[in-house]
Write a protein of this length. Structure first.
Lengths: 306, 319
């Protein structure tokens, strides 16, 4: 193949397409395209209808929870819930995506797909926490930010980018836990935290496997293959350095035992907060910015063109 | 990518005088390449803005001979060993072959109407201008350079969003570039973004909308979710003006729409005011400078004075 690429040709004659065809075929033959069933099982577990949602975790972890609502601009978005909670003798701000358990709740909460109001409410609550030195816990569980005309008109993109900037800016400790589906920018908007933790059966991805398959394979049926290729399981992400820690779930998955899953998160929260609170706020912020600066894989030996 | 073809033709047949022609996709008028290039690749009949490459953009904005590229040797790796119908490195190679660029963004320092600036430009022709590790890192280095030199940062965006082939790592570039914006903001260095057709997804939902001033080109598509995704969700056809710059302006999502031929002038006006913190009537000064090339314009002088006042360390600037 290398020889083929180096083959001298007449000007204007390109073997490029031929080379591409052959190398494609070669890779197809060599590449292990067998499906790993375990990956899709994880996707289904992450979306399991009985899986604990943000309000379930809040119910088990924080007996005294006061929900705060509204973005003070336009509306209250029930796809994101947030409020003050009593935790180990002090206060914590909890913010999370909320899917609905039954059809009525799902409709009301827009299947956990936030509109700009949701992200603006989250920012309002984070800034409130910052003012009083209250740590922030975010629970992430969304298929993505809602794709709708009105959401676009009210600035879905800016709502997400400002939420990211808000989290980059905070002086208080922040812990994000991906509890179910971490769908694209709509999930990341709440996940720019000092510690990003993931439940064992949660997924976190740049795009849903279905959309990825539709775009790259031109066939939504290839979602299983896309899920595998995107490397969206907790083990994959931990390996890639995208998350700081992975929490084991109760046997069979978090949906089997909400209380046990909650206490696992509660323990992790306690451990991480203890470490984070020992740091100076400015050092903590530097460390957060530096952590995200390190994200990325590239090489630096390319030829300079200009 | 018809416009790219015509550039190639002009290069190869430079001696024969044939420079090619193409028709405007909007009004179907046939335009000669000279006519089009003289008008900044904007149709003189209907004001349609052709998509232009990053190199063309730099040529339009940077003063001749002032461009110094930074982070030019960065290349994408393939952390996921991503393979859809074709392997990711294959797609990268093809994009490099098609665009002549190693990545979807180029960054550098240059002068814009004699004003020192850090300029980063995205190229939609390179894998849809998608943001992967290299775009994120180049953005960060552009920010670093802007902080070091205290030159303002201008980013010209054109992107379909995060690059799927780098999976979660490309999603995290949104977080990374946002952190860079925060650091730039702490240093109080001005940051202006220019949104061009199309700017969507993860780029729109990170640094593109976090600039101090957000400028857009006429009719450019600017949104988080693309029209096709929304049409599939709501099962309805969207109006043709969905997400266009004009709609975004109406809804308060951008500061202004600037036609491409006026962009260079407007950029310096905005940056000058942000840097100096001084509002002054500068339009007439502009005319003077443009009419007397070679001589330093009164505006440039005024700008120097403003800058010197705002930041004493710059008084010994290397002009």
């Amino acid at each position: 193949m290398t020889e083929l690429k180096r083959l001298p040709t007449l000007p204007g004659v390109h073997l490029r397409d031929e080379i591409a065809k052959i190398s494609h075929r070669l890779i197809e033959l060599n590449h292990d395209r067998r499906l790993d069933k375990a990956v899709w099982d994880r996707v289904e577990l992450a979306r399991h209808p009985e899986r604990p949602y943000t309000l379930d975790y809040i119910h088990h972890m924080f007996p005294g929870f006061i929900e705060l609502r509204g973005d003070r601009c336009f509306a209250d978005d029930p796809a994101i819930v947030g409020g003050l909670a009593a935790y180990m003798g002090r206060t914590i701000m909890v913010i999370g995506h909320q899917k609905g358990r039954d059809l009525a709740a799902r409709t009301r909460r827009n299947f956990g797909m936030p509109r700009p109001e949701g992200y603006r409410k989250a920012q309002r609550l984070m800034n409130l926490a910052n003012k009083f030195g209250i740590p922030v816990l975010t629970l992430i569980d969304t298929a993505g930010a809602y794709p709708g005309v009105a959401a676009e008109e009210r600035g879905q993109a800016a709502a997400i980018s400002q939420s990211l900037l808000c989290m980059a800016r905070l002086d208080v400790p922040t812990v994000a836990v991906i509890i179910g589906e971490g769908g694209s920018g709509g999930a990341l908007a709440l996940a720019l935290a000092d510690r990003v933790i993931m439940l064992e059966n949660a997924i976190y991805s740049v795009i849903s496997p279905e959309s990825c398959a539709a775009i790259l394979w031109k066939d939504a049926e290839e979602a299983h293959l896309a899920a595998q290729t995107l490397r969206l399981t907790s083990a994959n992400l931990s390996e890639l350095g995208a998350v700081d820690a992975v929490l084991p779930e109760p046997r069979g998955g978090a949906h089997r035992d909400h209380a046990a899953a909650s206490s696992i998160i509660k323990q992790a929260l306690e451990d991480n907060l203890r470490e984070l609170e020992a740091m100076h706020p400015q050092a903590r912020k530097r460390q957060r910015l530096e952590k995200f600066r390190q994200m990325g894989v590239w090489s630096e030996g390319g030829l300079t063109l200009f | 990518m018809a416009q790219k073809v015509s550039i190639d033709i002009s290069r190869r047949n430079g001696d024969t005088g044939f420079r090619g022609a193409e028709s405007c996709p909007a009004c179907k008028q046939l335009l000669s390449t000279e006519e089009l290039e003289a008008n900044y690749k904007v149709c003189p009949h209907c004001n349609y803005h052709f998509r232009i490459s990053a190199a063309e953009r730099v040529a339009q904005l940077a003063d001749r001979g002032t461009w110094n590229e930074i982070a030019a040797s960065l290349r994408s790796a393939d952390p996921l060993h991503f393979f859809d119908l074709r392997p990711y490195p294959d797609r990268l190679e093809e994009a490099e072959y098609d665009t002549g660029l190693p990545e979807a963004m180029i960054a550098g320092t240059c002068r814009i109407h004699k004003m020192d600036t850090v300029l980063a430009v995205m190229d939609f022709g390179f894998m849809g201008g998608s943001m992967g590790s290299v775009v994120g890192e180049k953005f960060w280095r552009a920010v670093d350079t802007a902080i070091e030199t205290r030159y303002p940062l201008v980013v010209v965006c054109a992107s379909g969003g995060a690059r799927m082939q780098e999976g979660i790592i490309s999603l995290l570039q949104m977080a990374k570039t946002t952190c860079a914006v925060e650091i730039l903001g702490e240093a109080a260095v001005p940051f202006v973004s220019v949104l061009t057709d199309p700017t969507t997804g993860g780029v729109m939902a990170s640094f593109a909308t976090l600039a101090d001033v957000v400028i857009a080109e006429p009719r450019s598509l600017l949104c988080f979710s693309g029209p096709r995704v929304i049409e599939q969700t709501i099962k309805e056809k969207l109006p043709a003006d969905f997400g266009r710059a004009e709609k975004n302006l109406d809804h308060g999502q951008i500061d202004m729409i600037v036609p491409r031929p006026e962009l260079k002038d407007r950029l310096v006006q905005v940056l000058g005011m942000l840097e100096g913190g001084v509002a002054c009537a500068i339009e007439p000064l502009w005319e003077e400078e443009k009419s007397s090339p070679g001589r330093r314009g009164a505006f440039a002088e005024a700008l120097d004075r403003i800058k010197a006042l705002a930041n004493p360390s710059r008084r010994s600037s290397k002009r």
